[in-house]
Design a protein. Structure first.
Lengths: 113, 111
């Protein structure tokens, strides 16, 4: 079996700071995703990528950049952290557009002071 | 992707069989029904999926109504480890690559 590794697990930043989250998968999956989960809300898609160097905007892409330089890795950058922001960012991967079976990482918790 | 409706929460006791309902009255003919579950401090975990026929695996049994407007995830002999948020999601395979997660049903399991 494979695994999705997200780093860091906890991230504390300052207002206005640029913050980057990293995700690695060893499933050899084509498609990778970044979701944001806020307390009391469902998961919201930020960006996804169907192959290396591809980027597709999700419903919540404003305020974020993403990068897929290798098939196995997908990074997400918060371009300007908002004061008192707190959320969990979840990375996932899937074989491709054929299946809806996603494999998720454990999440990265962001706190902005 | 069409919308689903689930109860906010359900309670059960260890050893019982639990029926988690999901309504999807506007489902399209080519939309699959996916179920995920999520425990605190973890990402969602795939449970099962189906199109028209009932399906079963080691985790659960998925019963799909004949008109496909609703489905039920059935968990047998639940344990404390089954306490989680269960998400029912619709997806068109091969077409769109994104799943839309709602708030799901929080299943509480009492000893």
């Amino acid at each position: 079996g494979g695994i999705i590794t997200q780093t860091p697990k906890f991230l504390i930043g300052q207002e206005g700071q640029k913050l980057t989250l990293k995700c690695q998968q060893n499933f050899n999956h084509d498609t990778m995703y970044w979701y944001r989960q806020d307390s009391g809300k469902g998961l919201r898609l930020i960006y996804y990528s169907i192959t290396e160097n591809d980027l597709q905007k999700g419903d919540l892409s404003e305020g974020y950049d993403a990068s897929r330089e290798k098939k196995s890795s997908f990074s997400l950058t918060v371009t300007s952290a908002q004061k008192n922001e707190m959320a969990v960012f979840l990375c996932a991967s899937s074989i491709g557009g054929v299946t809806g079976q996603l494999y998720f990482g454990e999440g990265s918790k962001l706190t902005v002071l | 992707d069409a919308k689903t409706t689930q109860p906010d929460s359900m309670e059960s006791t260890e050893g019982e069989t639990v029926h988690l309902p999901c309504s999807h009255a506007t489902i399209s003919g080519n939309e699959y029904i996916y179920w995920y579950r999520q425990v605190p401090l973890q990402g969602p975990e795939y449970v099962t999926h189906g199109l028209q026929q009932n399906t079963t695996n080691s985790m659960a049994f998925l019963a799909i109504a004949s008109d496909r407007k609703s489905s039920t995830l059935i968990l047998t002999h639940v344990s404390l480890r089954d306490a989680a948020v269960y998400h029912c999601i619709l997806r068109v395979d091969g077409n769109t690559r994104k799943l839309i997660f709602g708030l799901g049903t929080t299943l509480q399991v009492q000893p």
